[in-house]
Design a protein around this ligand. Sequence first.
Ligand SMILES: Cc1cc2nc3c(=O)[nH]c(=O)nc-3n(C[C@H](O)[C@H](O)[C@H](O)COP(=O)(O)OP(=O)(O)OC[C@H]3O[C@@H](n4cnc5c(N)ncnc54)[C@H](O)[C@@H]3O)c2cc1C
Length: 490
Amino acid sequence: MPKKIAIIGAGPAGLTAAYLLGKANENVTVFEKDPHYVGGISRTETYKGYHFDIGGHRFFSKSKEVEDFWTEILGDEMLERPRSSRIYYNKKFFSYPLVAFEALTKLGVWESGLCVLSYMRAKLFPVKNPTNFEDWVVNQFGRRLFNIFFKTYTEKVWGIPCKEISADWAAQRIKGLSLSSAIWNAVFKAKPTSKDQVIKTLIDSFRYPKMGPGMMWEVCTLKSKKMGVQVEMNCAVKDIQLNNTTWTVHTSDNRIFDGFDYVLSTAPMRELVTSVTPTFPQQAFDSAKHLEYRDFLTVVLICKDEDAFHDNWIYIHDPSVKVGRIQNFKSWSPYMVPDPEMACYGLEYFCFEGDGLWTSSDADLIALATKEINQIGLTHPEAVVDGYVVRQPKAYPVYDQTYKEKVNDVREALKAYPGLYLIGRNGMHKYNNQDHSMMTAMLAAKNIIAGKEIYDLWDVNEDAEYHEGGERGAEELKKVGGRMVPQKKN
Ligand SMILES: Cc1cc2nc3c(=O)[nH]c(=O)nc-3n(C[C@H](O)[C@H](O)[C@H](O)COP(=O)(O)OP(=O)(O)OC[C@H]3O[C@@H](n4cnc5c(N)ncnc54)[C@H](O)[C@@H]3O)c2cc1C
């Protein structure tokens, strides 16, 4: 008898689980609140034939299982793309990853000398056990480099001072990157001998679907449907209810779906936990209610300039403009732009839902983006022929100083809810890429198919590294890191 599974959200995690469970002949229904798009934050939106991501999405994973999944879905439609990115700071563009000679000349001898001294000082007198982002990065690179290359951009992204951001984020985001490795890479362009040695921040090529990341998830949806998976679009899950051993799902259009053995949720933890009956214990409920998110909007500018710049993206560290990053979608894939004489840029603004940026009219945002891209010197206002705005709520789960305890409260309380799995980025409140989201979905699917709790999803790290031994298969995975957990069900 097939197991009956409800999946909340048709993003990478939800669709990976749906595909794998569909393949195993389970009875799967996916609920997606978006009326048109699948792919969640990894969707590709379209306007007048122009395609663009919600932030450029590189397809890169240390996990062979994830890479194989992408190949199975899209095959030859995956392009191998060169990475090209720069940092804009103090009216200058710096190659990123840094090129030592260029960085030295652009910073100037005096500033470079001060950076070296401040680096030495940080090495001699490091902050012991750094708990916040600022202390962690200063320990690693010195205060002057922190101020130039980390502070402004990071504060634009998170909207809070670097002292209030958990060191976890730095450790995860720039793990493995030290000043010495950055300089070594800059001078010798050292090629890693295996995928395990790749420093994520520095990889110089990646895969990318021909028509953007949404293509992956659109094809995955079609293939899942062919295997019998039901996908309900424009169908937000309002609440879920546990009745003895099965789950009932209530949707925003007042429909009731019942009899589910499992619910896999990729909805933001804050929303999901507060919508479950029986109610979570007070402490876990309050913890979930106080999780924070950072929101995001992209102003897409369609421009009549064929070759203004070739970077995939540029980080804008300069505090004189509000824009945080600029994407050049034609560099991601030439197929994203229908007319070769045109270009399509995405100016990314980090914000909070309801703040001044978020509530600005589209016309004002397009005017702001046009002014700022001109100020930076990448194109001029006359080249801009059209614009479009995409708002993405809850783009980033915030790693503040208390998020970990809050998430732990929820994890602990979850044990009393058999059959309920939180998976994916906002589902688990983990700042991660698609591969991590997918890996948690893959392990949840394996547990469900096996009918027992083989894998603890919370043990997948942000690099989906449980699968660094992907070739060795699932059995080996257990040895290299997939912790066996006591059985919860059956
Ligand atoms: C700016 C930016 C750049 C990024 N760049 C990269 C990159 O280069 N490479 C990479 O691999 N990753 C990147 N990521 C991360 C990637 O977008 C996420 O890891 C991935 O989309 C998470 O997948 P998910 O399925 O867990 O969640 P999501 O993508 O958030 O999908 C969740 C889905 O659930 C739906 N949903 C939510 N609540 C409900 C409800 N109550 N009922 C029904 N449906 C619901 C949502 O509409 C959504 O479709 C980037 C993210 C951002 C913000």
